[in-house]
Design a protein around this ligand. Structure first.
Ligand code: MZP
Length: 348
């Protein structure tokens, strides 16, 4: 990415990371925003109540996973709300008529449909249920999609935000197994263009969340530069003490368990719309380990600072300005090599 003119006022303290979470009409303020442009993934190995509480204390938002009994998920939501913090929750396209009322009664702030492929009539059923029973008072995101027709289907059916990405997750093998999906940068770029066309046509801005394969801070920055409003991350959060995975010692190093919702371990057949067989015919995710990073707080704070610092390089004080100012250029294989430390013996 090319830098723009950094003005004297472009210092991290002046950079604002506020970003819209749910749709709004042209000229209006979004009814719900995020104070940081990332949320935690709706996964058993990521968003339990501990991580949800600690992330919310930093001003962030977790989406509690739905691949568990309804009462357990509702209890997790209540535990976060008991601390007077904000929390999101996932729902599936199967038991939503029971799950959504339980989560709403528990005080959930925002819902999101959890599915590997969001371009489906089942997602419409969930969105219709919410609008019919709660009007606009309950906010719900949908996804995931990677194309303009997928985006339009969910937008026209009332999604409050839309998640973009299929097959890019660090634990995901959907593309290997079924050849479904699209490179994450291309997917975000295409759906952002679709969203801009939709905004011009209908005057409704629908926030987009880039989900899957956003592992490092520079990935978050690039997703935002491509036009995403926020990102959802699994691997990033799974490495912290607060994530539900157990600590594992391997060759003297500490790791945290991290498993995909499409793995046999997660048993989340609802996410893959495997009809009524109540099991998955084959895995779309893996069971894995990630190096343990310790406590969430310093990493989240450093990530936020890096995003602000990049905004300053581009002469931006808001994320909206940052997206407008972003000039993304292709990188050659030589460019990638020289982008890291090279031709030196690094001393640890
Ligand atoms: P990552 O942040 O680890 O790269 O990716 C996390 C995202 O991968 C989740 O938010 C979800 O959309 C997706 N996911 C979760 N489980 C699987 C799977 O088992 C998966 N295939 O692809």
């Amino acid at each position: 990415m090319l830098p723009g003119l950094t003005k004297r006022t472009n210092v991290p303290d002046n950079a604002c990371l506020k970003t819209p979470l749910v749709k709004f009409k042209k000229g209006a303020e979004p009814p719900m925003s995020l104070d940081m442009p990332f949320v935690s993934a709706m996964m058993q190995s990521v968003s339990g109540e501990k991580l949800a509480i600690d992330l919310a204390r930093q001003g962030g938002l977790a989406f509690i996973y739905c691949s568990q009994a309804i009462d357990k998920q509702a209890k997790m939501v209540q535990a976060v709300k008991a601390q007077k913090l904000r929390v999101g929750a996932a729902v599936n396209t199967r038991d939503f008529k029971e799950r959504i009322p339980a989560l709403v009664s528990a005080g959930v702030d925002v819902l999101c449909i959890d599915s590997s492929d969001g371009y489906s009539e089942w997602q419409k059923d969930v969105l219709d249920f919410v609008r019919k029973n709660y009007g606009e008072s309950v906010k719900i995101g949908a996804g995931n999609v990677v194309s303009e027709d997928g985006f339009r289907f969910l937008a026209d059916n009332g999604a409050d935000f839309i998640k973009v990405g299929i097959g890019g997750g660090s634990i995901c093998i959907t593309r290997e197994q079924k050849a479904i999906g699209l490179g994450q940068a291309t997917a975000v770029k295409d759906v952002v263009a679709a969203r801009e066309r939709y905004f011009k046509e209908k005057g409704i801005y629908i926030p987009l969340c880039s989900d899957g394969g956003i592992v490092y801070d520079n990935h978050i920055i690039m997703a935002l530069a491509f036009g995403a409003d926020f990102v959802m991350m699994g691997r990033y959060f799974a490495r912290f003490n607060q994530a539900p995975g157990k600590l594992v010692n391997r060759d003297g190093k500490q790791y945290k368990e991290y498993w995909g919702e499409g793995s046999n371990r997660a048993k989340n057949w609802q996410r893959y719309d495997s009809d009524d067989v109540k099991k998955q015919a084959f895995e779309e995710g893996v069971n894995a380990l990630v190096p343990c990073a310790g406590d969430l707080e310093p990493y989240v704070q450093q990530t936020l600072y890096k995003i602000k610092s990049t905004m300053c390089n581009l002469g931006s004080t808001t994320l909206k300005e940052f997206k407008t100012n972003a000039r993304i250029v292709p990188v050659s294989s030589v460019g990638i090599l020289e982008g890291g430390a090279h031709d030196v013996l690094q001393v640890k």
